[in-house]
Design a protein around this ligand. Structure first.
Ligand SMILES: Cc1cc2nc3c(=O)[nH]c(=O)nc-3n(C[C@H](O)[C@H](O)[C@H](O)COP(=O)(O)O)c2cc1C
Ligand code: SF4
Length: 452
């Protein structure tokens, strides 16, 4: 495997990353190579799983996850402990399935890829803990089809773990049985939505499902199913090993959320990459770590956590990057990977590009999404070419509103609305410049037939 082809690059030296402060990445060397079973075991690998399986009840695990306030790292920030506690309702054991969402197709996001390619055993250990807490006996990793290196690393790690007794029957002599299957997806963004993912896993078309019932009640094959993001599972071993208080303290005064975050920066910066930092670290610190703006150009705007989040401005850079604060600023923390836009770039073109992606990836179930997104793209393209019509901006406002929360079966459409609405709010004049002057209606009399 050629390490030089890595794009998900951690930009922190090994000396900076310690077990006490960098629970996700401290085991990684400088070279970007996968941490195999031997190295993982040498670095306290599977110690947390052994402790949990032999000395704690599933209820204890859920309580610790709740106390630690591990918020889901897939974008919505829902408490993992809370999710696990809801699924535990009901009597049947085993209760259902544990699913790791490794679909990672959010534009500008490349954090799970690093964990999958370089730390697959950390994910497996997190899933063993999650499976135990949820009384499930089987887990799936739903992997983005294009992540070929990750598939290779995961397949190897699953084999290694099985051969060493960390997957299969009676793990660590605890009496607990758990195994994992790797499922590669067909490369669709909507497969990342948890109920579409479940449909796809079952071999059905990847449409989201109407909720309720939520997956925790009735998910894969009608069984209670917990779906968590890769990074969320990867937090579990350290939480179980060091406790909820320790995890909470990792973010210090920066945030009410606990732990660290695998933050990233891409776009017009000198040095794109990933950093594991306390949750609540500011955008300015991230920008500094990314070497500042490329070629000395000024910052115009930034997306805080992928293409389905709202634009923020330079004045927002000092805010802590956590779920609540970024929400209060009118955007979303999302995946926590910043996309940086400079003064030379057209926000209109960026938004058109994003909406084209969202239109293509719509599953087509709801009208505002299926029809509204292509319509949005058409208007944006016209504005981009200076061929917009009077009323186009108002129509974009309306289409954005129709895509908003509560109007569609899944969060794809509200996600698509965020960059559009925030761009119209902050950069409206760019859109206005695309409207034909004078308005087309004033000079659009048809040329009479026969007149050349
Ligand atoms: C269109 C769409 C795409 C999504 N893609 C992903 C994804 O690639 N990975 C992910 O973890 N969550 C994704 N999500 C969020 C999932 O539906 C779900 O909330 C998440 O996997 C839950 O994990 P968490 O609680 O650990 O964050 C997506 C949601 C939507 C609406
Ligand atoms: S919002 Fe879009 S992607 Fe989600 S269910 Fe409706 S049509 Fe499908």
């Amino acid at each position: 495997m050629s390490v030089s082809r890595y794009r998900s690059q951690l930009r922190q030296s090994a000396a900076e990353r310690r077990a006490e402060t960098h629970p996700l990445t401290w085991r990684l060397g400088e070279d970007g190579a996968m941490v195999g079973l031997g190295e993982y075991l040498d670095k306290d690998g599977y110690v947390a799983a052994r402790k949990v399986l032999n000395h704690q009840s599933p209820d204890d695990v859920v309580a610790t996850m709740k106390d630690a306030n591990v918020r889901g790292r897939g974008g919505a920030g829902f408490s993992a402990g809370m999710k696990w506690s809801l699924t535990m309702k009901g009597q049947d054991i085993p209760r259902g399935y544990l699913v790791c969402n490794a679909d990672e197709m959010e534009p500008g996001t490349f954090k799970d890829r690093l964990l999958l390619e370089q730390l697959p055993h950390l994910l497996i250990e997190g899933m063993i803990i999650g499976g135990y807490a949820n009384h499930s006996r089987f887990g799936y990793i739903f992997l983005r089809g294009e992540y070929v290196e990750a598939a290779r690393a995961l397949a190897r790690a699953i084999d290694e773990a099985r051969a060493a007794g960390w997957l299969g029957n009676d793990i660590a002599d605890s009496g607990y049985d758990f195994d994992i299957a790797l499922h590669t997806g067909a490369g669709r963004y909507i497969c990342g939505e948890e109920t579409a993912l479940i449909n796809s896993l079952e071999g059905n078309r990847a449409n989201p499902r109407a909720k309720p019932p939520f997956p925790g009640q009735s998910g894969a094959w009608g069984k209670p199913t917990v779906v968590n993001n890769v990074e969320t599972f990867c937090n579990a071993p350290a939480v179980m090993l060091h406790g909820a208080r320790w995890y909470q303290d990792l973010s210090g005064e920066l945030s009410n959320d606990g732990g660290t975050k695998l933050y990233g920066v891409s776009g017009k910066v000198a040095m794109p990459g990933l950093w594991e930092l306390p949750i609540g670290t500011s955008g300015s610190e991230l920008l500094e770590r990314a070497g500042g703006m490329r070629d000395g150009r000024a910052l115009k705007a930034w997306l805080p956590g992928g293409g389905s989040t709202g634009f923020l401005l330079p004045e927002h850079l000092d805010a802590p990057l956590d779920f609540d604060t970024i929400g209060e600023l009118g955007s979303r923390m999302g995946t926590g990977l910043l996309t940086v836009v400079n003064e030379d770039q057209s926000v209109l073109s960026l938004v058109r590009n994003l909406e084209q992606f969202f239109a293509r990836e719509s599953c087509g179930w709801c009208t505002p999404c299926r029809d509204g997104l292509p319509w949005t793209v058409k208007i944006l393209q016209a504005l981009e070419h200076g061929e917009g019509e009077r009323g186009d901006l108002e129509m974009l406002d309306k289409l954005g509103g129709d895509l908003g929360p509560g109007k569609t079966f899944c969060a794809h459409a509200p996600g698509a609305a965020m960059p559009l609405q925030s761009a119209l709010k902050y950069f409206r004049e760019e859109f206005e410049r695309g409207v034909v002057h004078p308005p087309r209606a004033a000079h659009a009399d048809p040329i009479p037939v026969g007149v050349v």
